[in-house]
Design a protein around this ligand. Structure first.
Ligand code: FAD
Length: 473
C-alpha cells in the first residue's frame, strides 16, 4: 500500500541488493520508520556505460521485478547518486537512508560523497549488511592482517559461515513521490580503442532476473549439488548453479544459497567454498584497491606483454572466437551468445590470451566486463589475476593450460565445442578437439590456428625467465 510520507519515513536505497527477501538493510529501514519506507534506485550512467548491454538489460529486468514486488512504488530515477538521494530525502522528510554496504573503490567513494551531502541536511547514511556472507575486512590472520592466500581465509570463513541465518521479509508501506520511472538504457559505451570493431554479446534471451527465478535455481541446484565436485568442470552439462548474475545484483544473497544447499556432502562443501572465493576476492580488492587495474604482485606485473598491431589483431580474433583452438573459440562464442561463460572455460580462454597470445590480462578482463552479465569487478579482475599469476594465491605462471588437453579432458565428446562452433559439428572426436583448421578438416570452414601452442609456450616461459629465472624452470 502507498502512503504519503510522514516525519518517520526512511529511505531504502537499493544498489546491489535488488530483493525484498533476506534484506537486513530493508528490515532495518522498516523498523526505524514504523514500516514507512521510500524505496529508491538511482540509474547511474557511469556504471551503465562500462557494462555490457546484456548486463544492463538483466539489471533492467531485475528492477522491473523489484518494482512489481513493491506494487510499482519503487522511486526509479536517473542521475547522480548524491543529487538523487538528497532529493528524495528532502521530498519525504527522511532522516535516515539505509543501504547494504558496498566495498568496491568506486562505491566507497560514491558513498562517502552521499554521506557527507546527507550530513549537510541533517540526515545520515546507515550501512547494514553486505552482499557477502562475511563482509570484506572482517577475516584476518593471527597477526591481524588480511589473508594473502585462500586456504587460510577459507578456514576462518567456514567457521564464521556455519551459523548464518536468513531474515524474514518485513511488512512495508511504500512511499512513492511520483514521477516517471527512469529507463535503463545503455548510454554511449566507453570502450578502449583496441576493441576495434569487435561485436559485443547481445544474447537473444536472458534468464529472468526475479527473486522467484533465483530461488527456483537454488532449489534445482540443491538436487544435484552432491555431484558438483565432478560436474562443475564439464562445460557441456548444467553442473553449476548459474546463480552468478543473481549474486551480482543481489537478487539473491549468498546466505540464502548456503541455507538452501546442503553442506553435508563433498559436492556441497566444494560449492560453499566457491561462494567463499567470491568473498575472498571482494576482501582482496577491498584491502588492495590498486588491484582493480594493477597487478597485486608488482614483480609479476612487469612480465612483458605485447601491445602492437599483431597483438591487437590477435586480441580481436580471440574476442570473436576465431583462434583456431576449438575449446577457446567455443568459450568466447558462448560469451557472445549468452553473456556468460563456464568457469573452466573462463580459465582456459584467459590463459590462452595471456600465455599464448602474450596480451596484457587487463585487456581480457575489460572484454569480459563488457560482455558478462555477471561481470563483477572483484571476481573478474582477480579471476584474471589468478590466471595471469599476478594475483593472490596465484596459479604458477609456468603452468600453462594446453587448450587441446583441456578439451580432451573436460569436453571429451566435443558436445560443448560443437554447440558453439558449428563449423566443427560434422567433425569426429578427437579431431574436433584439436587445432587443425582449413583443409586438414576436409575443407571445412574452421579457421587455422593463429599461433602454435608449443612455440608460444616456450615464448611465455622465456618472458617469465626475464623477470623470474627460478620460476620458469
Ligand atoms: C577469468 C575469470 C573471470 C571471472 N569473472 C567473473 C565475474 O565477472 N563475475 C563472477 O561472478 N564470477 C567470475 N568468475 C568466477 C566464475 O567463473 C563464475 O563465478 C562462475 O562461472 C559463475 O557460474 P555459476 O554461478 O554457475 O557458478 P557456481 O559454480 O555455481 O558457483 C556458485 C557461485 O560461487 C561463486 N564463484 C564460483 N567460482 C568462483 C570463482 N572462481 N571466483 C569467485 N567466485 C566464484 C560465484 O558467485 C558463483 O555464482 C571469473 C573466473 C575467471 C577464471
Amino acid at each position: 500500500m502507498t502512503k504519503t510520507a510522514n516525519s518517520s519515513t526512511a529511505v531504502m536505497w537499493f544498489r546491489r541488493d535488488l530483493r525484498l527477501r533476506d534484506n537486513p538493510a530493508l528490515v532495518a529501514a522498516s523498523q526505524a520508520a514504523g514500516g514507512m519506507v521510500a524505496g529508491l534506485f538511482v540509474v547511474d550512467e557511469i556504471l551503465l556505460a562500462g557494462g555490457s548491454q546484456a548486463r544492463n538489460d538483466f539489471m533492467a529486468d531485475a528492477l522491473r521485478h523489484l518494482d512489481l514486488s513493491m506494487k510499482g512504488e519503487l522511486n526509479l530515477v536517473a542521475g547522480g547518486a548524491v543529487n538523487e538521494v538528497v532529493k528524495l530525502v528532502k521530498a519525504v522528510g527522511a532522516k535516515q537512508v539505509f543501504v547494504t554496504e558496498e566495498f568496491t573503490p568506486y562505491a566507497i567513494e560514491r558513498d562517502l560523497a552521499v554521506a557527507s551531502a546527507l550530513q549537510e541536511i541533517g540526515a545520515e547514511l546507515v550501512k547494514v549488511d553486505s552482499p557477502y556472507v562475511i563482509p570484506p575486512g572482517v577475516i584476518k590472520n593471527l597477526s591481524g592482517m588480511p589473508y594473502k592466500v585462500f586456504g587460510g581465509f577459507r578456514k576462518v570463513w567456514e567457521s564464521l559461515s556455519s551459523e548464518i541465518t536468513t531474515m524474514k521479509t518485513p511488512r512495508v508501506t511504500w512511499v512513492n513521490v511520483g514521477g516517471a520511472k527512469a529507463k535503463v538504457t545503455t548510454p554511449k559505451k566507453i570502450r578502449p580503442s583496441y576493441f576495434g570493431e569487435s561485436v559485443e554479446s547481445q544474447p537473444e534471451t536472458l534468464p529472468e532476473a526475479s527473486e522467484a527465478a533465483a530461488l527456483e535455481l537454488i532449489k534445482e541446484f540443491a538436487t544435484k549439488s552432491a555431484e558438483y565436485g565432478e560436474d562443475r568442470n564439464i562445460p557441456a552439462i548444467s553442473g553449476t548453479s548459474r546463480l552468478s548474475p543473481y549474486l551480482r545484483f543481489g537478487i539473491v544473497h549468498p546466505r540464502q544459497i548456503l541455507a538452501g544447499v546442503s553442506r553435508t556432502n563433498a559436492g556441497g562443501i566444494t560449492f560453499a567454498s566457491e561462494i567463499a572465493w567470491r568473498d575472498f576476492y571482494a576482501d582482496v580488492l577491498f584491502t588492495n584497491p590498486h588491484s582493480r587495474y594493477e597487478a597485486l604482485q608488482p614483480k609479476m606485473g612487469t612480465l612483458r606483454s605485447d601491445y602492437d598491431e599483431v597483438a591487437i589483431e590477435r586480441f580481436q580474433a580471440w574476442t570473436r572466437g576465431q583462434t583456431g583452438y576449438p575449446l577457446v573459440d567455443a568459450g568466447m562464442r558462448q560469451l557472445l551468445a549468452e553473456g556468460w561463460m563456464h568457469n573452466r572455460v573462463r580459465m582456459v580462454t584467459a590463459s590462452f590470451l595471456i600465455k599464448h597470445l602474450h596480451v596484457d590480462w587487463r585487456w581480457g578482463a575489460q572484454w569480459f566486463m563488457c560482455n558478462l552479465i555477471d561481470g563483477d569487478i572483484a571476481s573478474n579482475q582477480h579471476g584474471w589475476q589468478w590466471v595471469a599469476g599476478t594475483g593472490t594465491d596465484a596459479a604458477p605462471f609456468h603452468r600453462i593450460f594446453n587448450p587441446t588437453l583441456q578439451a580432451e579432458r573436460f569436453d571429451p565428446t566435443g558436445s560443448y565445442i560443437k554447440r558453439y562452433v558449428p563449423e566443427l559439428r560434422e567433425v569426429q572426436v578427437p579431431e574436433c578437439l584439436r587445432p587443425m583448421g582449413g583443409t586438414l578438416l576436409g575443407g571445412l570452414d574452421y579457421i587455422a590456428p593463429i599461433v602454435d601452442h608449443n612455440t608460444e609456450r616456450i615464448e611465455a616461459l622465456a618472458r617469465l625467465a626475464e623477470i623470474s629465472p627460478e620460476k620458469s624452470a
